[in-house]
Design a protein around this ligand. Sequence first.
Ligand code: G3P
Ligand code: CA
Length: 388
Amino acid sequence: MNVTIRNLLLGATALALAACGSDDDVKRFLTLDGSKPLVIGHRGASGYLPEHTLESYKRAIEMGADFIEPDLVATKDGELIARHEPNITNTTDVANRAEFANRRTTKMVDGVSETGWFASDFTLAEIKTLRAKQAFAERNQSFNGLYTIPTLREVIDLARSESTRVGRTIGVYPETKHPTYHVGLNLALEDRLLAVLASYGYTAKASPIIIQSFEVSNLKYLRTKTQVRIVQLIDADDVDKDGKIVLAAPYDKPYDFAVANDPRTFVTMVTPAGLAEIKQYADGIGPWTPYLLAGKFTDANGDGKPDDLNGDGAIDERDRTLIAPTNVVKDAHAAGLFVHAYTFRNEPRRLASDYKGDPKAEYKRFFDLGVDGLFSDFPDTAIEARDK
Ligand code: G3P
Ligand code: CA
């Protein structure tokens, strides 16, 4: 069904419900299929607990998340574990572990030199001796050192047992992190991921799984091997003073495009032509939120610097005002792709002035745009904004 007809039907349905005086009439979503947008617990409930731990994922489920999101990297012995980066220095206590001091090294990750401790230099047994820590300095540090690093299997097992416990299906939304980098280590992620998913019978579109990646060729490969839903992530480096996307390596294009000297960028990938190409192998896109709606700084006094709108002496998102939304949601829906935007965070410094410090106002603005789901570090706030 094309989008125009779908929207007309949605409008007609809403009018009919209103005429009946239904209590459900007011909650109507402009999603691709009209269903309620998904709330995805980003790295679990990482606003509250150290990211990518079973405790963080469980908290997200208790808060009502529909999906939990493990980022995946590989260990030396080829196990998939939940970490945002191959470099585990900032999210574990490895730097304080004398027995691993000599594993500190420098590696190139997507063309960038990094120094620290890397998952691929540790067996799973060694990884299991580490403890997670909160990655964001502004968040609660009191849970540092308490929780272990889970494998993908443990994350899926948790989702399944919690689904039984809470009486609803909890999905798992794995992201293959740095696929080209892992190929270079002879630790390619894709077949390992497929094998784990297949062992649970997760091979169909209806399986409670969505696979995501910033790269393309690995998603195309996965599409030849599985029918589970696939999402093309869309990144950028920054947003300029006018709210325009800024591209800079390594965040300007999928890293496999960079290696292949492919001229396409993340910006060209969200044009109608780019979206049509994505539709060949994916079910949805996962754009950074400014691709949908961004804010601009003002310079009323003409001093060449952004105005400090809230007068707190610092320049951050609170000093931006929203500009008009882009057509990316509409164009993606027209291409038959759903849109899951990232990342929603409660901290006031991350919220444009229009939201007046209320994170629920941001969620509502994006729900009004028709997003089909969103990644949130604070799933309880997202659920409240969506359901109340
Ligand atoms: O996967 C959606 C979002 O998580 C992508 O950003 O860097 O948090 O993995 P990142
Ligand atoms: Ca992710």
